[in-house]
Design a protein around this ligand. Sequence first.
Ligand code: OFO
Length: 169
Amino acid sequence: MISEKMQSAFLDQINKELFSEYLYLSMKAYFKSLNLNGFANWMDVQVQEEHAHAMGMFDYVIERGGRVELLAIDKPECNWASPLEVFKAVLKHEEFVTSRINALMDVAEETRDRAAMILLNWYIKEQVEEEAGAGEILAQLELIGADKNGLFALDKELAQRTFVAPVIG
Ligand code: OFO
């Protein structure tokens, strides 16, 4: 059975993952408005990943005999000055999520919840990939600068990304 403290930490994180889904959906809409469909596709895959992250915790809380209560999702930002600014925001957001996952692991350690620790190990590894993926695109956008051909080449590359449902845990 999951402890109250662990459950409430997971419910808070489910909300953060759903907010991430919402934020990336908003970024997808921004890229669609610029006709940068490859960037929009990258965001769409991100949206699906964040939904899977939320559901991994949702299912886990229920499996451990807990009760999921959903919290309100904040309104995400909807305008950015450029694709570069979007990816600065993505990296900053993922660093924030990493700090929240680490805080969740602190609660698991405090409450000696070993099953939660095993689950959270997956999320910790996933955050390494999340930050690396966003950081790589950010670095490419910095190199591209004002070069439109570079931007369109990157857009084509990002159009190739496909969603693969993660096996969480
Ligand atoms: Fe769920 O990893 Fe991004 O936020």
